[in-house]
Design a protein. Structure first.
Length: 179
């Protein structure tokens, strides 16, 4: 799936493009936060500790600190190789860490193509999970659900964040809508 199916849709795009850049980054981080359990499952299956660097990267995006090439490099070097980690958890972890690296590049450099790549990689996991649940799944229904999720995140962000920050903000924005 591509980012444009969700963020390019007229119902989402106008609201998203109307956000300040830092709020766009926060929405992107909340969208990726929804997939945290995929990394936690990877860690459980393989005994790795990728969740730590994942949360560090998300926090860097939301708090606008440590947006460094060094952090991107550490995340990139942590991306699991699916030849070594062949179970489905390896593919999920690979996709979400690549998505995080692109989001960090967007937060640091502002190139919108980085945001597009980030969301596209996150959507790869949504596609994989949907296919595994039902190989004849209704893609249009999944896309509509994802649009609703993003619109809900932006609505919550507009409600002044309820005093939340960091990972609590991302959890609140995702409203418990995990993958």
């Amino acid at each position: 799936m591509q980012w444009g199916l969700i963020f390019g849709d007229a119902s989402v795009n106008a609201a998203f493009m109307g956000l300040a850049r830092e709020d766009q980054i926060t929405v992107g981080a909340a969208y990726l936060y929804r997939q945290r359990r995929l990394l936690e499952q990877f860690d459980a299956v393989y005994g790795e500790k990728l969740s730590g660097i994942y949360f560090e990267g998300l926090l860097a995006c939301v708090e606008r600190n440590n947006l460094s090439i060094d952090l991107e490099g550490r995340i990139e070097s942590s991306i699991p190789d699916t030849d070594e980690f062949a179970e489905q958890e390896g593919a999920y972890a690979q996709n979400i860490l690549i998505a995080l690296n692109y989001l960090l590049a967007f937060a640091r450099d502002g190139g919108h193509d980085f945001f597009e790549r980030s969301i596209s990689m996150a959507m790869e996991n949504i596609d994989l999970i949907s296919y595994e649940a039902d190989n004849s799944y209704d893609e249009a229904m999944v896309i509509q659900r994802e649009r609703s999720v993003v619109l809900s995140m932006m609505d919550r962000l507009a409600k002044k964040r309820q005093g939340s920050s960091g990972l609590k903000l991302l959890a609140w924005m995702s409203g418990g809508d995990d993958l």
